[in-house]
Design a protein around this ligand. Structure first.
Ligand code: SF4
Ligand code: MG
Length: 317
């Protein structure tokens, strides 16, 4: 196991009250696993990524739970200790490469600065930077370029190169291809898959179910601050257990060619005042009386699912 998130609660203060963005989220990722985290916008998937990195800023805060990474609870580390882990042991790629790159500084200078912050000496940093650029399919000479001289896809490659330069064991990518066109998107995804080689684990945050299905070993489906289903990617796609996963899959146009696409009706609940019981209840075609109570999370085979359809028997946590 590389990371073990347990009962994580992250909240944001809003003018309307407390918004529970993550409500007791648990997720285990094994070494070398590619895990896709999917769900509609606002379901908490980015908040999960930022919580793991401990980058939740005010008015947000992590309230409770634990994030065990290689035996250490990240939530118990000092900011100083956490800074050493960020970039070195856990790398992160954000949606828009322009937010992670300084437009006024050469790629190489930003790269070297990041590496020296982690204690690499300058000469070695330049070498690592150039090699890292080549590793993601860019010429080493791009070291001397400014971000605006690169295409969107090249910039995202630079960001990925920086995120993996220190050889982190876990790479978190939050919608890394959303700003890119389809062909470049495929290439960036190929690159991520390649980076999984060895023992590295990848957490891909995406609203794009087909992208996750195509690339991941496992899929975690999030809804309204909960993980509602987690398991083997192929099995989740071919036989979703949670009605929300099933709804999401039938609303995706390109998973199967010959079938009717059914948009998922309704919208996610307000997380400042979430409904009692199952949060998917008012959109769920299978809702029952008992769904007015919050469903327990159970294991069904090697799958984890939070839904009353799967009984109260084998409670997971
Ligand atoms: Fe539907 Fe009930 Fe399952 Fe919620 S708990 S997804 S309402 S069947
Ligand atoms: Mg997001």
């Amino acid at each position: 196991m590389i990371i073990e998130v347990k009962d994580l609660v992250t909240e944001f203060k809003t003018s309307r009250g407390i918004l529970k963005a993550l409500d007791r989220v648990s997720l285990n990722v094994n070494k070398g696993e590619f895990v896709g985290i999917v769900g509609e916008s606002g379901c908490g998937k980015s908040t999960l990524a930022y919580s793991i990195m401990r980058l939740i800023r005010k008015p947000g805060r992590i309230v409770s739970g634990s994030i065990i990474f290689e035996g250490k609870d990240l939530l118990k580390l000092s900011e100083e200790e956490m800074r050493k882990i960020r970039g070195k042991d856990i790398g992160m790629v954000f949606q828009d490469p322009m937010t992670s790159l300084d437009p006024l500084e050469r790629i190489g200078d930003q790269f070297v600065e990041m590496l020296t912050e982690h204690g690499v000496d300058e000469e070695e940093a330049e070498e690592i930077a150039k090699k890292s650029l080549e590793n993601v399919g860019l010429p080493a000479e791009m070291f001397h370029n400014y971000p605006h001289q690169l295409s969107g896809g090249q910039r995202q490659r630079v960001v990925i190169a920086m995120a993996v330069a220190m050889n982190p064991k876990l790479l978190i990518a939050d919608e890394p291809t959303t700003a890119l066109d389809v062909i470049v998107q495929e290439k960036i995804m190929d690159l991520l898959e390649e980076l999984k080689k060895g023992e590295r684990s990848i957490l891909l945050i995406t609203h794009d179910f087909s992208l996750a299905a195509e690339r991941s070993d496992k899929i975690a489906v999030m809804y309204a601050g909960w993980i509602v289903e987690y398991g083997d990617a192929e099995r989740v796609v071919s036989e979703p257990l949670h009605p929300y996963s099933a709804g999401l899959i039938s609303s995706v146009p390109d998973l199967w060619l010959d079938r009717e696409i059914k948009p998922l009706p309704g919208s996610p609940p307000d997380l400042v005042n979430p409904p009692e019981g199952c949060r998917f209840r008012d959109r769920c075609p299978k809702a029952m009386e008992i769904c007015k109570k919050e469903p327990v999370t159970v294991s069904v085979g090697d799958r984890i699912v939070k839904c009353w359809l799967y009984g109260e028997g084998n409670v997971e946590s």
